[in-house]
Design a binder for this molecule. Structure first.
Ligand code: NAP
Length: 238
């Protein structure tokens, strides 16, 4: 079992925390407002969950999950994240995060940029290309015929294995999506972003939260990653 520190406990962070405690892992959740504000979530999660500060989450256990907006990376306890395996779920939304030249010019992928903000951290990218409500909807036990694949990218082999094992325990078949430099393959507007898990595109267009999600077999995800195209980040309007 893994001890997970989770920094950012909104839609994605809380969703990962729910699956993690259900799988028997221990979690320490953190946000920007402090542990008191997470009392309800911790009560819901039960005895395997704790609330703490971002610094406590960064030091807790084996793996740290970052589920915060990209603009918040500069405020993370980067000294404590040095040497740690860090699973980043982040995406670049210029309307939320401000325009970032190195991403607009495609000089770096979002994951490479995030790693540059966290010196010494060993970054792994996963869970950024699936909508928060599709995570619990599509999680399945190992071996289930309708299990979905989930992309995992990293430069460090060992860290990729650790995160892949976590992804498997949370209910998805980990799919090796290459290095951080290749992680554009499942960034927004690429060929393997969130809509690949959509069940009903018409319903999704009208009310995206109502879409129940559809299983995406690991083999199909591999094909989509191979066929993916690099997005024109500079023209991103959201
Ligand atoms: N929502 C999705 O469907 C989805 C899907 C894939 C990827 N993502 C990506 O995943 C990341 C998280 O998205 P989300 O939808 O979960 O966001 P969210 O619901 O808005 O939650 C963001 C969390 O980050 C915390 N936070 C913000 N600044 C912080 C800081 N400086 N230190 C510590 N915690 C901080 C917030 O805490 P407070 O509430 O206390 O401020 C909140 O718990 C984003 O990069 C997003 O693009 C989201």
């Amino acid at each position: 079992m893994t001890n997970l520190g989770i920094i950012g406990s909104g839609a994605i962070g809380a969703g990962i925390a729910r699956l993690a405690v259900a799988a028997g892992h221990e979690v320490l959740v953190a946000n920007s407002r402090g542990p008191e504000s997470l009392r309800e979530l911790v009560r819901e999660l039960g005895g395997k969950a704790h609330a703490g500060t971002p610094a406590e989450a960064a030091s807790f256990g084996d793996l740290v999950v970052l589920a915060v907006p990209l603009a918040a990376y500069g405020a993370l306890p980067f000294e404590l994240l040095a040497g740690r395996t860090v699973l980043s779920t982040g995406n670049y939304y210029p309307s939320r995060d401000g325009r970032i030249e190195v991403l607009d010019s495609a000089a770096k992928t979002t994951a490479e940029y995030e790693e540059s903000l966290l010196p010494g951290a060993v970054l792994v990218k996963a869970f950024n290309n699936i909508l928060a409500h599709h995570i619990p909807a599509l999680a399945r036990p190992a071996g289930a015929p309708d299990r979905s694949g989930l992309a995992v990218a990293a430069d460090d082999r060992g860290a990729k294995q650790v995160v892949s094992a976590l992804v498997d325990s949370l209910g998805f078949d980990p799919v090796d999506a290459g290095s951080l430099a290749e992680s554009w393959r499942f960034e927004p507007e690429s060929g393997a972003y969130t809509t690949v898990y959509v069940a009903d595109p018409e319903l999704f267009a009208k009310n995206w939260l109502a879409d129940p999600g559809a299983p995406l077999p690991a083999e199909r995800l591999r094909e989509l990653l191979a066929l993916s195209h690099r997005p024109d980040v500079a023209s991103r309007a959201f």
